[in-house]
Design a protein around this ligand. Structure first.
Ligand SMILES: [Zn+2]
Length: 458
């Protein structure tokens, strides 16, 4: 205890207090040799951690700079281009306009594909299924069949569904084609081919948070320490970086270190039952943008989006967002919903389940959701209970998975309207419980211990 108090005072300038202690007259406050040795050991460890952080920071900046260079370089000169030329060797050349029109028709078809759509008892359709993977497969088939003229000139089109201001360029075509090709020949990340498709065709790029507009952060597992974020153009807002569990977490100056540490701990826990998902999250450059304030509009990628809690990463998004004020960490007690757990559940759906084509999940989740909602087992929240309309119902079936897994992970009575503890879920929604433990850890998690166990929301 005594040693602990001294350490608190010493903090980061471990060498200074030595002289203070020496000038202390009373001998009973002097440290024993063992205590001095212990202090020295701790100071050494701290020094080593700082060195380690420095080298992680250097490594991160180097990686970020390399990615920047790659983004600037001519894709024609990349070794991938030769391999991919050969991979699509039998494609037939058609005019650029035909190529673009055919591609857009394909994208529309996949977008409206309804294989895994769920139709509720009331006849409402909920869109579902691994759209990203379908898109990739359609791209691959299309590129096997067709190619535009070699080194075509920059061109704009006035065509349905294509933004006129989009410039179709050979360079962006090649980047997209190579991304699609690398999924086939190298098991590359599927999200890349979607993002590069946006860069080439302009599809959905009106969204400011489109991943093509923001350079992804490199991934280096930092352990439980916050380091300086590498400088990336346009993203200077982010000064703090931490990573683990396959996910990068960035925050601005205003996000407390304790929030960064807590978010990483949660992601590592959340992915612990499926460590193979971490690789997929990492290769798809999944990042959480933490913010500490009113809403997401304080983040550079989402200037005009006013989401108070956060939102998940879809296949085209630069990052997932979460309000650090809504997290529970030492110094910031927060009862109730939890944006990191919740949005990470959505993110795993969008990024991991889509890439793996997790049919087991798609074939079960909506039936479970509708049943739980119809029977009143699932109580999503006051908002829904108040309105009770059918639009709310469709929305809530979609939210059922993320909301109940969020409750399962926190495992805190009273933090959600229903599905707040593991025991409750197992007793009241057992099929859902089985589905949850297929993907998420069963080891206990101590969530927000600062709030007493008998706490109830008024
Ligand atoms: Zn949600």
């Amino acid at each position: 205890m005594f040693l602990g108090l001294i350490l608190l005072g010493v903090s980061c300038s471990a060498s200074e207090p030595a002289s203070d202690t020496a000038s202390e007259p009373a001998s009973d406050t002097a440290l024993s040799i063992e205590e001095q040795l212990q202090l020295q050991e701790i100071a050494d460890k701290k020094f080593e951690e700082q060195l380690q952080a420095l080298s992680i920071e250097e490594q991160l900046q180097e990686m970020a700079d390399r990615t920047f260079q790659e983004l600037q370089s001519d894709p024609d000169s990349s070794p991938d281009s030769n391999r991919c030329d050969a991979h699509y060797g039998s494609a037939q050349e058609i005019s650029l306009e035909d190529f673009v029109v055919g591609l857009q028709a394909l994208v529309r078809e996949v977008h409206h594909r309804d294989t895994y759509d769920y139709v509720t008892l009331g006849g409402e359709r909920i869109r579902s299924g691994p759209k990203t993977l379908w898109m990739q497969q359609a791209f691959e088939d299309y590129l096997n069949d067709y190619k535009p003229p070699h080194r075509f000139d920059d061109t704009q089109f006035n065509l349905y569904d294509i933004r006129v201001e989009n410039v179709f360029s050979w360079r962006n075509y090649l980047r997209w084609r190579n991304a699609v090709c690398l999924v086939s020949v190298d098991d590359g990340p599927v999200r890349d081919s979607m993002v590069e498709h946006g860069r080439f065709s302009g599809w959905r790029t009106e969204w400011p948070g489109h991943a093509m507009k923001w350079q992804p952060y490199p991934y280096v597992d930092t352990g439980q320490q916050v380091v300086a974020a590498p400088a990336i153009r346009g993203l200077e807002h982010y000064t703090k970086y931490i990573a683990g569990g396959g996910v990068v977490i960035t925050g601005g100056d205003d996000v407390p270190d304790a929030a960064m540490l807590q978010a990483r701990k949660e992601v590592v826990y959340q992915t612990s039952a499926r460590p193979e998902y971490r690789e997929i999250l990492e290769e798809n450059t999944v990042r959480i943008s933490l913010f500490y304030g009113e809403d997401t509009s304080m983040l550079p990628e989402y200037h005009d989006i006013y989401e108070p809690g956060g939102f998940s990463t879809g296949p085209l998004d630069a990052s997932m967002t979460a309000n650090a004020r809504w997290l529970c960490f030492p110094g910031n007690i927060d009862r109730g919903g939890h944006p990191v757990f919740h949005e990470m559940v959505h993110t795993i759906n969008h990024v991991v389940f889509e890439q793996l084509n997790e049919t087991y999940f798609y074939e079960r989740i909506y039936q479970l959701g509708e049943r739980a909602l119809e029977s009143g087992v699932f109580k999503p929240g006051e908002q829904y209970l108040g309105s009770g309309n059918t639009a709310g119902k469709r929305e809530w079936i979609g939210e059922y998975w993320a909301t109940t897994v969020e409750g399962y992970l926190m495992d805190r009575a009273g933090f959600k309207y229903s599905h707040d503890t593991r025991d409750w879920i197992q007793a009241n929604d057992p099929d859902l419980y089985q589905l949850i433990i297929r993907y998420f850890p069963t080891e206990p998690w101590e969530h927000c211990p600062e709030v007493p166990p008998d706490w109830q929301e008024n």
